[in-house]
Write a new protein. Sequence first.
Length: 144
Amino acid sequence: MIINEIELFKGINFEVMEEIAGIASEEGYSKDTVMFERGTQADCLYILEQGTVNLVIKSGVSIVYNLKEPGEIFGWSSLVEPSTYTASAVCAEDTKVVKLQKSKLEKLFDLHPDVGLKVLRRLGGVFSKRLANVYQDLLSARCN
């Protein structure tokens, strides 16, 4: 399972990683499947194993952020308030993910608060990188 290889969980001790693996499930989705809708209750964190997922925000115009690399994380809204998805996730092709339920992760983080803090800090890094990429795309579009 890919969770042992991604930055989000690097450096976490073996026993806790075993607990995380125990609450994770691998799931497959067909092309054009909507995994979740923007504005709905965020109850799962996802890790891309294979395929492509488009994160879509529609508000007059559409903004699409493509996830293609194994290990990319989405559904991070499940771990931060107000726990609603900020984009819709649509499979651009057949896709395989690791799914972690919010409620199970929260229980695990309650038992291991140091791990929860480490994961949330790294999640902030994921969000920051994604936001910087969107800013760059917006600047590029303005200059053209």
